[in-house]
Ligand binder design. Structure first.
Ligand code: IPE
Ligand code: IPE
Ligand code: MG
Length: 235
């Protein structure tokens, strides 16, 4: 059972395994992304019900541009239709949508729909649902350093707090995650939230993302809650 008084404030998720899910069924990769969107919808709902403050999902990495044009196109089309279909429901559930990553190079339709979602839900104060799009942890740190350097600050005054404030998360008031979940059995960070995950507990689920259910999400949170975190650097 989930302990309601130990719900993590911020859960980050690397939604992985869509391609393998499709391959197992002899379907095109895009079919896996389509089912993955449905899983995402369920998890947003569950996170909201549990009273999680922030849910950050890795939807498209800076490295994912290396995939085929068809797949990239499919992912962004699915994202556009997800927003078209779900925005009203997200808004009704008081979800506030945010983006981390540089969305300027993503296809226009997808960019406009995500911008609309952010605008429409800007005043909501329920779950903060952050979508990482064209996001890379190293890229994020480079951008922060460029911004800081452009202010002409003396190098001695650069500290961790200042760097944190110049990251996408810091700018949006998003705290470091207590829990990271990666699905599909892979055990890598793949350039996700490198700075922010310094003290985050990690739970790896073997389930491929399209098969990831609210029950499996609960199980991951229970695993997190069962850990003895006394030895973490942050008390
Ligand atoms: C994750 O699933 C979704 C994205 C990266 C957009 P994958 O597409 O990486 O699925 P696998 O890892 O090939 O199974
Ligand atoms: C990480 O998964 C990115 C997203 C889930 C969006 P990938 O499948 O792209 O990562 P690698 O290539 O396995 O490291
Ligand atoms: Mg993958």
């Amino acid at each position: 059972m989930i302990q309601k008084d130990m719900i993590p404030v911020h859960v980050a998720v690397i939604m992985d395994g869509n391609g393998r899910w499709a391959k197992d069924r002899g379907l095109p990769r895009v079919a896996g992304h389509n089912s993955g969107m449905k899983a995402m919808k369920q998890i947003v709902k569950r996170a909201s019900e549990l009273g999680i403050g922030f849910l950050t999902v890795y939807a498209f990495s800076t490295e994912n541009w290396k995939r085929s044009e068809d797949e990239i196109d499919g992912i962004f089309k699915l994202l556009t239709s997800y927003v078209a279909v779900e925005l009203r429901e997200l808004d009704r559930n008081n979800v506030k949508v945010g983006v981390i990553g540089d969305i300027s190079p993503i296809p226009e339709r997808a960019r406009e729909s995500i911008e609309k979602a952010v605008r429409t839900t800007a005043e909501n104060d329920g779950l903060r649902f952050n979508v990482a799009l064209n996001y890379g942890g190293r890229d994020e740190i480079c951008r922060a350093l460029r911004e800081i350097s452009a202010t002409g600050i003396e190098p001695e005054r650069i500290d961790e707090e200042l760097i944190s404030r110049h990251l996408y998360t810091g700018k949006a008031g998003v705290p470091d995650p207590e829990l990271l979940i990666r699905t599909s059995g892979e055990k890598r960070l793949s350039n996700f939230l490198l700075w922010q995950l310094a003290y985050t507990e990690m739970v790896f689920s073997p389930v491929l993302w399209p098969d990831f259910t609210p029950e499996e999400f609960d199980r991951c949170i229970e695993e997190y809650q069962s850990r003895d975190r006394r030895f973490g650097g942050r008390k």
